[in-house]
Ligand binder design. Structure first.
Ligand SMILES: *Cc1c(COP(=O)(O)O)cnc(C)c1O
Length: 848
């Protein structure tokens, strides 16, 4: 319970209006949730300002509001507390109630096993005392007050996890709760933000020890190298636990790692306990139990009682939790979080328990680590996976590194699937034909949300309640996106997969689908688009240069790739070596290609391009037959296909039909003389959507895969979904007087008092300035006009029509926000160009 008067007293703040409710059952951050008798906390963070949702929160039953400014809505019957800074007020409250209730705090930090240690300490101490434990997991300093909402006057202990989100947070967190006992489960990196480094985090964790009182206890992992240094640091008594080295106060040994449980013997200086078992899986989870036993020792809980409590503990959601998987398989859910350490520990468990007849399927999402250590970490995981698992599925761009490393270390292609969406991962796993002999282990970082994969592999749907991150407010806190620059592109790979499947449905099983991924996949990221397209029905890839083709090969893609554009002779050796198909349309060039292939002692695959009226690359239709008879004679060339390209399929059906007749006029004599092409293709997206007559036995689709319309006359069907969203955030909001200029050249002058917002995006991102720029963008789900000249890195918008826009609010430059949408076609209209040009000219530095 949270008392209004405690809050006022602790934060030295005031009421706005009359007090109504005086007690609240909890804090609520999400205005959309029902919140009877709760206190709605309006927060200003990097992700926006939730003051704008106060009215909604009150409609949903909030009994109180904590905010930095008076709400603009009716607050009768609601207690409104005004503070200067919401986070500071909440932290002050946390500190205040702990002191007032005389509750002792046991704090837990470390690289992994924190929440398990919290549960274990709770289990051990509850055998003798009343103990408070937060019922949800939050991160950062706000976790402290949120987690203490349910604290009661009678609680003798509170067990609290310290998971700083960034460097510098730890000291404040520790000073707020002033723990009596501090546990470091395992020093080092955790899932904090992208700027953090593991050794720096370890230093921060050590701060916990500095504030422990003399009669408190520091509980440290004896198996880590830093234990000696940490030992010297604490004024409090030090208790150590471990498994590998002799000398710890509490030591587990004779560890038996099993598929359903873990066995151990335990000894202290005085006592021994043999043959104990826990249903927790993996040696690494034992550390958390040992730490809890040490806390029990400190508070004189008999070890026998403590051990009994611990052996009854069940695995936590998303931490090596066994579940029933499809077709009787064993599904291990380890999706709560992932660092290289915890992932290696999970693979250690696999290596220890794998039965000879068992097949291990490892599904790995992006880990939470970032920066240089992340590449190394992902590679090391891939290398280890190659040694211990039979089949590997990776999901996401970072996890793709795991897949490639596994291939480099001897896994075969058929054993590895690299995907970019939960759906594709699930399809890949199901494709292995699961049986009761399969052990599936799923792991990934918080933002990878691999619990969605676990959910789809469950035998019983009710088990979804056992998964990590099922609570909405936890979802809000837990895994927010941290782009390196405050302007980024979100690519919806599920939408892309859907569009590719729709295209495959349109052409049918007899016609092959070539996915056009030139220009970095029309700006969507060529590698991820290519893999997703191949996983959903495409069988050929098309690019525009040898460099683009080699990038795909470098990423480990082995499927056929054609270069549609001109390939210089010097690039042909690479084409032969990497099995890349090139386009031919000129006899001299074809001869030079053949010579290069012969020098390599290899074969070069080619498709002949016929110009049937595009007037661009290609051999003229009337010369095509004779051209063909010549190149047929060239050794070392393998003529795999023939194609043409439509000039006007999106506008003029008659011209397209005429081009097709012309193309058949080339094909027929060649076929009559007995030549069979493996691939004959003409249609781009528009041609594909227009008529089966244009399909031949392959189509080349680009724009439609990305969910965009080839033209107004040839739209994609409604089942297609746009794939790309471009976002930024508000950098500043200010009100200008009438007659005030905005931007370079003072091209815009305010007409009245106007509220403008500055966006950290400009023409250096591809947010175009001339000859025409964006007309409007979306804020709070409403269109707002762009004003003045776009700068290199900044843009102004007029937000006078909205109330309470603030720093950090999301801005959509292209895509959907609430009910409003700006399509690529809308942007094309703003700029006076096509949607093709819109998506391919957002510059590469905008992270995908
Ligand atoms: C780009 C390209 C395509 C794809 O066209 P969409 O209209 O995007 O489907 C097809 N064929 C060739 C030769 C291309 O250059």
């Amino acid at each position: 319970m949270i008392s209004l008067y405690d809050l006022l007293e602790a934060s030295n703040s005031q009421m706005f209006g009359e007090p109504a409710a005086q007690l609240f059952t909890g804090f609520c951050l999400d205005s959309r949730q029902r919140q009877e008798s709760q206190l709605y906390v309006a927060l200003k963070t990097d992700y926006g300002d939730s003051h704008q949702y106060i009215e909604e929160a009150i409609q949903n039953g909030a009994a109180g509001v904590l905010s930095t400014r008076p709400p603009e809505c009716d607050t009768t019957g609601v207690s409104v507390i005004l503070v200067r800074d919401v986070e500071t007020a909440l932290l002050a409250w946390a500190s205040y109630v702990l002191k007032r209730y005389k509750t002792s705090v046991v704090a837990v930090t470390g690289a992994f096993g924190k929440s398990l240690a919290v549960s274990a300490v709770h289990a051990v101490l509850s055998s003798q005392f009343t103990v408070h434990k937060p019922d949800l997991e939050y991160y950062g300093r706000l976790a402290l007050p949120l987690g203490l909402a349910g604290l009661k006057q009678t609680d003798r202990f509170a067990v609290i996890e310290l998971s700083p989100r960034q460097i510098g947070e730890m000291a404040e967190m520790v000073q707020t709760i002033m723990p009596e006992v501090g546990i470091i489960t395992y020093p080092g990196g955790t899932h904090a933000g992208r700027y953090d480094q593991s050794d720096q985090l370890a230093r921060e964790q050590a701060l916990l020890l500095d504030y422990l009182p003399q009669d408190g206890a520091a509980v440290l992992n004896f198996d880590t190298d830093s234990v000696v240094e940490l030992h010297g640091r604490a004024k409090a008594k030090v208790l150590t636990f471990g498994m590998d080295r002799f000398g710890a106060d509490l030591m587990a040994y004779n560890i038996l790692v099993g598929q359903t449980r873990t066995g151990f013997d335990l000894r202290t200086q005085q006592e021994r306990f043999v043959g104990r078992w826990t249903p927790l899986l993996g040696k690494h989870q034992l550390y958390s139990l040992l730490a809890a036993l040490a806390v029990g020792m400190h508070y004189q809980v008999p070890l026998e009682d403590a051990l009994r409590k611990l052996t009854e503990m069940h695995p936590l959601p998303g931490r090596m939790k066994p579940l029933s998987g499809l077709n009787g398989s064993l599904l291990i859910d380890d999706t709560y979080s992932a660092t290289p350490q915890s992932t290696q520990a999970a693979l250690d468990w696999v290596a220890a328990v794998k039965e000879p007849e068992q097949r291990v399927i490892f599904v790995m999402g992006d880990m939470d680590t970032q920066g240089g250590a992340s590449q190394r970490g992902h590679r090391a995981v891939g290398q280890r996976a190659a040694d211990v698992v039979d089949l590997l599925v990776t999901e996401g761009a970072d996890a793709a590194v795991v897949g490639r490393a596994a291939l480099d270390h001897g896994m075969e292609r058929r054993q590895v699937s690299i995907t970019y969406s939960a759906r594709d991962s699930v399809v890949a796993v199901k494709g292995f034909q699961l049986t009761e002999k399969d052990l599936i282990i799923v792991k990934g970082g918080m933002s990878a949300r691999m619990e969605l994969v676990v959910q789809a592999l469950l035998e019983n749907d009710e088990d979804r309640r056992e998964l990590a991150r099922q609570d909405v407010s936890q979802q809000m806190m837990g895994f927010m996106h941290h782009p390196a620059r405050p302007s980024w592109i979100e690519v919806d790979m599920d939408a892309l997969a859907n569009n590719v499947r729709e295209l495959k449905n349109i052409v049918g099983p007899q016609v092959a689908l070539m996915a056009v991924v030139k220009s970095d996949g029309y700006g969507h990221g060529a590698v991820q688009v290519a893999r997703t397209a191949l996983a959903n029905g495409a069988e050929y890839l098309a690019v525009s240069s040898m460099g683009e083709a080699l990038d795909l090969r470098e990423a480990g893609i082995v499927d056929p790739i054609i270069v549609l554009n001109y390939t210089p002779v010097y690039a042909i050796r690479q084409a032969v070596r990497q099995n890349i198909t090139v386009t031919v349309y000129d006899l001299q060039l074809a001869r030079a290609y053949a010579r290069a292939a012969r020098e390599m002692n290899g074969r070069l695959k080619v498709h002949v391009k016929v110009d049937t009226g595009m007037g661009r690359l290609g051999v003229m239709a009337e010369e095509a037959v004779s051209f063909f008879r010549h190149i047929m004679m060239l050794p070392n060339l393998e003529i795999e296909g023939i194609f043409t390209h439509f000039a006007d399929a999106d506008e003029d059906p008659d011209y397209t039909a005429a081009q097709t007749r012309e193309f058949r006029g080339v094909l027929n004599p060649l076929r009559a003389s007995g030549f069979a092409f493996k691939y004959i293709h003409a249609a781009n997206s528009a041609g594909t959507l227009l008529s089966k007559d244009y399909h031949f036995n392959m189509v080349r689709t680009g724009i439609a895969m990305y969910g965009l319309h080839p033209s107004e006359k040839v739209p994609v069907p409604p089942s297609f979904k746009p794939v790309m969203t471009w976002k930024t955030v508000v950098a500043q909001v200010k009100t200008l007087p009438p007659g005030h200029p905005v931007g370079y050249g003072r091209t815009y002058i305010t007409r009245a008092e106007e509220t403008i917002a500055i966006l950290p995006v400009g023409y250096a991102d591809g947010f175009r300035r001339t000859p025409r720029g964006w007309i409007y963008v979306l804020v709070h789900g409403k269109p707002v006009p762009v004003i003045g000249r776009v700068s290199m890195e900044k843009t102004a918008i007029n937000v006078s029509a909205l109330n309470s826009v603030s720093i950090g609010d999301e801005v959509v430059l292209m895509g959907r926000q609430g009910d409003a949408v700006i399509t690529a076609e809308d942007v094309a209209r703003f700029l006076g160009t096509s949607n093709y040009e819109v998506v391919t000219t957002i510059l590469p530095r905008v992270a995908r």
